[in-house]
Design a protein around this ligand. Structure first.
Ligand code: FES
Length: 182
């Protein structure tokens, strides 16, 4: 019986309610805590997604224009392989000057290897061969390797700029920027 003389069966009184059907203080604080936790989790998730948005998954590529050293760092008549892995270029110096060759095979884009004893670039995919100049002479490659812009900086270092490429079949190797006279 309650104070209004109404009978309340024991079974109908919830664990978190008093005999008047009111939520007691302890339960109220418990529910409040759960609410706050849910709010904090939702807000935290929102901020995490905001932070991820500010720092997207970007693939950082090496710069397209870079210095490779002074002309004297390159031996005449040799293919310099030092920049193949990082920049995908070969640097060649001869008696007249220097040029930077692309390491991308003009057939289907594999990376040829420089065979120093045979003095040629040989593509492992379908057997195309390129001379030290970059000219194709065997296999299915339809055209020579491309060359990149090469110039001398004011500090005496050689700069290669991959933003500008030159195709032999279009007569672009005649352009001044495709070859550095040193
Ligand atoms: S990709 Fe080089 S020969 Fe086919």
């Amino acid at each position: 019986m309650n104070k209004d003389n109404k009978f309340i069966p024991k079974a109908s009184i919830g664990k978190d309610k008093d005999k008047n059907g009111q939520i007691d203080r302890k339960s109220f604080i418990g529910w409040l805590s759960i609410g706050w936790l849910a709010f904090a989790a939702a807000t935290g998730g929102y901020f995490i997604s905001m932070i991820r948005f500010l720092f997207p998954n970007v693939l950082f590529e090496p710069p397209q224009s870079f210095k490779i050293g002074e002309p004297s760092d390159f031996e005449k008549g040799k293919v310099d392989l030092r920049f193949k892995k990082q920049y995908n270029i070969w640097v060649v110096r001869n008696d007249e000057g220097m040029y930077a060759l692309s390491t991308v095979c003009t057939h289907l884009g594999c990376t040829p290897n420089w065979l120093s004893t045979e003095r040629k670039f040989k593509c492992p995919c379908h057997g195309s061969g390129f001379r030290i100049s970059g000219i194709n002479f065997e296999g299915p490659a339809p055209r020579p390797l491309e060359r990149y812009k090469i110039s001398l900086a004011s500090d005496g270092q050689v700069i290669v700029d991959k933003n500008k490429s030159f195709k032999q079949e279009k007569g672009e190797w005649e352009r001044e920027e495709s070859f550095l006279k040193v």
